[in-house]
Every structure is written in C-alpha cells, then in structure tokens.
Design a protein around this ligand. Structure first.
Ligand code: HEM
Length: 343
C-alpha cells in the first residue's frame, strides 16, 4: 500500500500534524526516565514493520511537504547547500545510495533503471522523470548531492575522511536545530562540536570519532538526538533566528499541547564506496505535546526526562524559557508509576 502524503506547512499557518498511524511509529528516543549524553551508537539494521526502521531510508507522510519547505529555504538562501570541489564524487555515491534504497523500499513511489552509466529515475510523488549519465554533472539540473537531497527528507552532511578526522566538506542543511552549514563548512569533528557542553570532557567525541572513522561500507550505524521546537517549524537555523527565536516567549499553559514539539533526530552514518566519504543523514521527526500524550508511557517518561534534565543541556538546547511551563503541563499525565526500561 502506498503512503498517504499530507498537504501541510511548516511555517506561516503551521498546518503540520501527524496522523494516528504516524504517531504510533514516532521514534520516541528515551529508553529510561532520565537523559544524559552518551556514545549511543548501534548498527542501523532494518526493524519491524510500521516503525521508522522498517526501511533504512524512511519515507513518510510528510515527504512532499518537507520537500516543498526545503525548496523554499533554498530559494531564499542557496548557501544552505554547499559542496567543496573535491566532494563531487561523494555526491554521486550519495545519489546512488538514496536512489537504490528508495527504489528497493518503495517501488510504488520510486523506480531506478540502470543500463551501464545511463540511468532513468522516476520519483512519482514529486512528479520527476529524468534520464541522466551517472558521473556526468552536465546531465542533471543540479549537482548530484543537491539533486537527490532535494528529493530526500532530512539534512545531509557529507564528510571527507583524512588525517584521522572527519571534515564537513559538503552538505544540505535546511531543517536543523540551530546550527549553520555555512558556518561549519570545512570544519573537523571537534571544531563543529565545540559548542556542545559536557560531552568533550566525558570523552564522548574522542570515542565517537574512533567509531565513525572505522565504519565499513554496507554496515551503517545510527543514533538519536533530540531537542524541542516551538511551532512545527523545520527551519530553525541561526540564519533565520529572527523569525523563530521569539516563539520561545509565547508558550503558555493553554497552548503547550499545540505549540510545543518534541523534535527527534534519527542520525545515521554510512560509508560511501568510491569516495570513502561518510554521509550523515539527520532525519527530523516532530510531534506535538497533544500527540505525544496520547501514549501514557511516553507522557510519563518525557515529564521525568524534561524535569530532571541537567541545566547545561537545557540551556544548550534552548529550552530554558519554557521548560517549567511544559514540565508543569506534563505533570498531569505522570501518576508516579514506575516505567519499564527500553521501550
Ligand atoms: C551536536 C554534527 C556525530 C554527539 C552537533 C551539532 C552538529 C553536529 C553540527 C551542533 C553543534 C552546534 O551547536 O553548533 C555532527 C555530525 C556528525 C555527528 C556531522 C557525524 C559525523 C555525532 C556523534 C555523536 C554526536 C557520533 C555522539 C556519539 C553530539 C551531541 C550534540 C551534537 C551530544 C549536542 C546535541 C544536543 O544537545 O542537542 N553534532 N555530529 N555527534 N553532537 Fe554531533
């Protein structure tokens, strides 16, 4: 059965919402009642049906509207998509990865036919039907990374690996939690992570880098990160802080359920075959507090996580202005019952 794509917006009238099926497959990221940074990396293997892990590259009901939002961001600000000259081969690798994954997982929506370097790509939801020569940039309307990531949910960082480090030398970043590709382009793993509190001293980034530089082709890995967003806005970039920063002052006990969103990032890590680059897709899932509390165990647990979150993390994630209002609102769903671990 095909996906029922929604018509909705992530700006202006904010008509985004999740269907009941989409709420059930929401990747709730907390496996216990408290949260602290950790090297929470595991193999990215396919998971149960009707979860975001069913396919290694997840396409869901928000696909078309997310791609429309990305196009609006890029039209206003082309620097959200950048690729240094030595990263073009990695762009082709990424195009191959995303086309083959999508065509295999969702044959009713995407198809890829290959005859040597002559490729034929059909993307039915977006109405695209293109023939091109793999490896020849002049046969596509954009560079290979831009072409395929304009058709793929989530942000993408494409990292060159050299000198035992990873370098952010290409990417498309339009749905980020307050960081900038234009600022980070050309930086290495420690440099772009510099603003993160506590994790450097905990040794997390040293261990994570060791793991990432050893990732092999065909053995992708994943982890979750999370934050919160006021209004279902995908583009919470520093470039547009003047548009969304003020939203944080608008949360009241009456509007928490509709305005406040948990924002979960499913981050995956893939070695690319020809370039040996590493690609880092950051897939963002939003859920309103009214939707989240339809699951009593999520409501209980998120209340405790948010209430007990270390201040350094709350400050870094930008929650300080409205955290207490949300904790008090969530407390009505927490009867104090013990929660099991691992759900
Ligand atoms: C935050 C990129 C892998 C842990 C960030 C930020 C960026 C980023 C751009 C925002 C920094 C800022 O405030 O400007 C990446 C990329 C990765 C990667 C491109 C892939 C190579 C990892 C891994 C870990 C990690 C493997 C840990 C195991 C964190 C943490 C934060 C962070 C804890 C703070 C997030 C928060 O509190 O919301 N990352 N990261 N990152 N990253 Fe990474």
């Amino acid at each position: 059965m095909g996906i029922n794509f929604r018509k909705e917006t992530f700006r202006d009238d904010f008509s985004f919402r999740n269907s009941p099926e989409q709420i059930r497959r929401f990747p709730f990221p907390f496996h216990e009642d408290s949260y602290m940074y950790a090297v929470n990396i595991e193999p990215h293997t396919p998971g149960p049906k009707n979860t975001v892990f069913e396919h290694l590259i997840d396409v869901d009901e928000h696909y078309i509207s997310e791609m429309e939002d990305r196009a609006l961001v890029l039209a206003e600000d082309p620097l959200r998509c950048q690729s240094l000259p030595h990263m073009t081969l990695a762009g082709w690798d990424l195009l191959e990865l995303l086309m083959t994954q999508k065509a295999e997982s969702y044959p009713e929506h995407f198809s890829l036919t290959r005859d040597g370097d002559n490729w034929h790509w059909i993307n039915r939801p977006l109405g695209i039907d293109d023939r091109f020569t793999f490896g020849d940039v002049s046969t596509l309307p954009y560079g290979p990374m831009a072409y395929i990531t304009r058709q793929s949910q989530g942000d993408f960082c494409v990292l060159d690996q050299r000198d035992g480090n990873l370098w952010m030398d290409a990417g498309i970043v339009t749905t980020q939690a307050d960081w900038s590709l234009d600022f980070d382009i050309g930086m290495n793993f420690f440099e772009w992570h510099a603003p993160v509190p506590l994790a450097h001293d905990m040794g997390i980034f040293n261990r994570a880098l060791k793991f990432l530089t050893n990732i092999q082709q065909g053995q992708p890995a994943r982890r979750f990160n999370w934050t919160m967003t006021i209004n279902p806005r995908l583009d919470t970039s520093p470039e547009n802080y003047h548009k969304w920063g003020v939203d944080r002052t608008t949360v009241t006990p009456e509007n928490v359920g509709q305005k406040v969103h948990l924002r979960v990032e499913l981050q995956t890590f893939w070695r690319l075959p020809r370039s040996n680059a590493l690609v880092f897709p950051i897939r963002c899932y939003l859920i309103k507090m009214d939707e989240l509390v339809t699951s009593p165990k999520w409501a209980r647990r998120f209340h405790r996580v948010l209430r007990d979150l270390p201040n350094e993390l709350a400050e870094y994630k930008g929650l300080t202005r409205y955290r207490q209002t949300v904790v008090e609102w969530l407390s009505q769903y927490d009867d104090g019952a013990p929660t099991s671990s691992g759900f």
